[in-house]
Write a protein that binds this ligand. Structure first.
Ligand SMILES: [Ca+2]
Length: 224
């Protein structure tokens, strides 16, 4: 049989499929990153982390299974995907709480971070600035807000000040209240910003090895 050339509608269909596949793949990648962070944050049982968990009972990683969060002070657990999707899932409606569903990392906001410790970055920056350059409105999943970010790193080498400006993709997950910045450099270190559910003007920025999910640096970020 003769091979039929691809029609225009076939080609369009293939393109839509490819786009859907890319979005799906991206979502899965972010989910994997988020899971890795869940694991590493759950595994790090320093005094500071325990205190943080005690202060923020609804962020207690041990109460609910992975990918789930507590409905506030209620014992009910709810999937991350159910948070801020416009439907009340928690009995106490905590998943649709107005304050929780705000995306604190708005377009044009700037966040300045200072190292608490740093065992892994190439540049050992004394200051890291994350600027949200845009927040695209074509949201596929309401629980995830895709973002474009600029990361500026300020460091010193041999007494000389150096700076580097990097651009990349990020996503804010309303369920886990996490800003996830894909690795902006070839060292495959990603930045995971964890908001505490109380203050929307600060977050703890963990530098995480993409493959293992190990935290190897921490920066404290404040909104400028
Ligand atoms: Ca919901």
């Amino acid at each position: 049989a003769a091979v039929q050339p691809l029609s225009v509608s076939d080609a369009m269909g293939a393109r839509v499929d490819a786009q859907a596949w890319r979005v799906d793949r991206l979502t899965k990648q972010f989910q994997a990153i988020s899971d890795a962070a869940d694991t590493s944050i759950g595994a790090a049982k320093s005094g500071g982390d325990i205190a943080r968990h005690m202060l923020n009972s609804h962020l207690d990683d041990h109460w609910c299974p992975s990918k789930y969060h507590r409905c506030g002070n209620s014992p009910q657990c709810m999937s991350n995907m159910a948070f801020c999707d416009g439907v009340n899932d928690c009995k106490n409606h905590f998943d649709e709480d107005e304050n929780r569903c705000v995306v604190p990392v708005t377009a044009n906001s700037t966040w300045i971070g200072y190292p608490a410790y740093d065992h892994c970055t190439q540049r050992r920056p004394y200051e890291m600035v994350i600027s949200i350059t845009s927040a695209p409105s074509d949201i596929v999943y309401k629980v995830h807000q895709p973002l474009k970010v600029q990361v500026d790193l300020f460091s010193k080498k041999g007494g000389l000040k150096q700076s580097a400006s990097l651009h990349g993709d990020a996503v804010y997950c309303k369920g886990s209240q996490r800003l996830i910045v894909a690795p902006p450099e070839d060292d495959r270190l990603e930045i995971i910003g964890q908001f505490d559910g109380v203050s929307n003007d600060r977050f703890k920025g963990y530098i995480v090895r993409e493959m293992s999910g190990d935290k190897c640096a921490e920066f404290r970020f404040f909104k400028q």
